[in-house]
Design a protein around this ligand. Structure first.
Ligand code: SF4
Length: 578
């Protein structure tokens, strides 16, 4: 990048941070309930976001004066492939009760999030997560984020284990080497000494250098017949090529990303593009080369266009591949003609292939909580305490209980039912394939609700689908509280994206549940209460005019925006006239 380019503020903050230390330790020792702006930026790399309770922003003190922001922190645990032991799961549940808001959230990238942690509890929280052999390092920030991988624990062949092993290897290789994280949260008893500039000893950051990446970087591993990780929405994807129950290599996909800034026309969502085929032994080195090219050529002056997708948009895949080959040191083979064909949420009981079973549990929006008759937190705690099975977190924000002996199935089912946790046969496919980001009240970028309103929207949609006789259809709905796209809203059958204050949404149609196609904007700035009236005519058209076996997303894609809009308007107008 030329000297004249004005770097984004974050670049200076990272460069001056002494390998992500900043003055975090100093501020931790102060009584203030929040950090300064520079440390907030650095803290993201440590896996925590400073937030405030937006519901409480307008509250007043007894004397009528504004109470001010009530600061709290989101703490995200990075868990490659979503693999969590029973002990780790139970410890995170304990943490949410002890220092969080009493809920634990499974993220759309197979991690955990604690919400509502106050500053004076932050060190204890992150330290505890490390003590249970998990980490928050690089769960957020301008680095390789959590590496996703299909979590299904099938053991009838080596394929899932090979993928999980690859996720671990990539995650380990691409994690930051800075010792600042451990000094601040795990070993440091004297922040001042460690952060003193005169005693600072840098370690080598062989992949990231002094300023890490221009922006976040996401990686996922998928199977052609099971794209549960939504591989095309990642900066870097590996699609496993399987022959004779063995992974012979991977198609390398580059440049996916969901985030959009509506006011900036230069921003757009993108699916990853196929770049190359690599053997399993080449994966880690090629991943490193891709990351390094993005490190050196990604945009560091404008964070809106700093993701890898913009570099690939500017260069084209051919030029990008040539640069990756230069960094890798060898030519890369052309991608194999294999693509995604299916997806599975892994909910319900499944034989693992080794005599045991696994149980996938849908958790609405990933929020593990106790509320009324639905006692998810207590129920999971009871099952994990009694059976101590390993678990996996899913990209649809659910959990898989693994390695269950056939004789334990009935007892587990009974415990879950006692706590109101529903099985696969009690949930519609609509609900099983729906996800939402947290949005209000915790996310500072949210312009609308998402997680808190999606259940009600699904209620309305279920009633309409039942009326039309379509309740058995698998229709995926992803909802976010702003266009940043954390719940991947631009690829499913229906995307609902917060657009404007006053609960107004953009409705996307024409994606698909397999995540291989970008949706188009069907309607913009739709008020919350108008969402079902906008969708109902389209569902009716789907019922009347679909081809045999055609999915809702494929139907909307085949119709296209103009035809669909005209046909749906005709139905709405006829209904109003009648
Ligand atoms: Fe926040 Fe927007 Fe991401 Fe939702 S999509 S979590 S509102 S940044």
């Amino acid at each position: 990048m030329s000297e004249e380019v004005k770097l984004a503020k974050e670049e200076h903050v990272k460069a001056d941070s002494r390998q992500l230390r900043g003055t975090i330790a100093d501020e931790l020792a102060l009584a203030a309930d929040h950090f300064c702006d520079d440390n907030i930026k650095i803290l993201k790399h440590h896996g925590t976001y400073q937030q405030d309770n937006r519901d409480a922003r307008h509250e007043k003190n007894a004397d009528g004066t504004p109470r001010g922001k009530s600061f709290m922190f989101m703490v995200r645990t990075r868990i490659p492939g979503g693999k969590v032991t029973a002990a780790q799961f139970l410890a995170e549940l304990d943490l949410c009760d002890r220092v969080g808001n009493g809920t634990l959230r499974i993220t759309t990238r197979q991690g955990f999030q604690l919400h509502g942690v106050i500053k004076s509890h932050l060190k204890e929280t992150i330290r505890t997560i490390n003590q249970i052999q998990l980490s928050t390092l690089a769960a957020c920030g301008d680095v390789e984020r959590n590496v996703m991988c299909c979590p299904a624990p099938y053991k009838n062949n080596r394929v899932r284990a090979q993928m999980q092993d690859m996720a671990d290897r990539i995650a380990e290789h691409l994690k930051p080497r800075t010792t600042g994280y451990h000094e601040i949260w795990v070993t440091d008893e004297n922040g001042e000494k460690i952060n003193a500039a005169e005693t600072f000893q840098p370690v080598e950051e062989p992949i990231y250098g002094a300023t890490y990446l221009p922006r976040k970087f996401k990686t996922a591993i998928a199977l052609p017949d099971d794209n549960c990780v939504d591989v095309y929405t990642n900066d870097l994807g590996f699609l496993a090529i399987v022959e004779d129950d063995n992974i012979v290599g991977y198609n390398v996909l580059v440049g996916g990303g969901m985030g959009v800034t509506p006011s900036a026309k230069k921003t757009f969502p993108a699916l990853a593009q196929r770049m190359a085929f690599v053997l399993p032994d080449e994966v880690v080195a090629v991943a490193e080369a891709v990351v390094k090219v993005q490190r050196d050529f990604g945009n560091r002056s404008d964070r809106k266009i700093a993701r890898l997708k913009y570099l690939i948009h500017d260069w084209g895949v051919g030029r990008f591949k040539a640069k990756v080959e230069e960094y890798y040191g060898a030519a890369l083979a052309a991608p194999r003609p294999i693509d995604v064909t299916g997806v599975d949420d892994h909910v319900g009981w499944h034989e693992q292939g080794d005599g045991n079973w696994f149980l996938g549990i849908n958790i609405e929006n990933g929020r593990i909580k106790d509320e009324g008759p639905l006692q998810i937190k207590t129920g999971l705690r009871a099952v994990l305490s009694r059976y101590q099975m390993p678990t996996r977190l899913t990209p649809l924000q659910g959990v898989i209980l693994c390695d269950i002996a056939p004789g334990d199935r009935a007892g587990i089912d009974q415990l879950l039912r006692q706590h109101g946790i529903r099985g696969a046969d009690e949930l519609t496919l609509l609900r099983r394939y729906a996800i939402a980001c947290p949005a209000w009240p915790t996310c500072g970028l949210a312009v609308t609700e998402a997680e808190r309103v999606l259940p009600g929207i699904l209620d309305e949609m279920e009633a309409e689908l039942a009326r039309l006789g379509l309740l058995g259809e698998r229709i995926s709905v992803h909802m976010t509280g702003c266009p940043n796209g954390c719940a991947r809203p631009y690829t499913p059958d229906i995307g609902l994206v917060g657009k404007a204050a006053g609960e107004k949404y953009t409705v996307f149609l024409g994606g698909n549940v397999e995540g291989t196609r970008l949706a188009y904007i069907y309607r913009d700035t739709v008020p919350r209460e108008e969402l079902l009236p906008v969708l109902a005519p389209v569902l009716a058209l789907f019922k009347a005019e679909r081809h045999p076996g055609e999915s809702f997303g494929d139907f909307c894609h085949r119709q296209g925006k103009e035809v669909l809009t005209a046909s749906a308007d005709a139905i709405s107008n006829a209904a109003s006239a009648g």
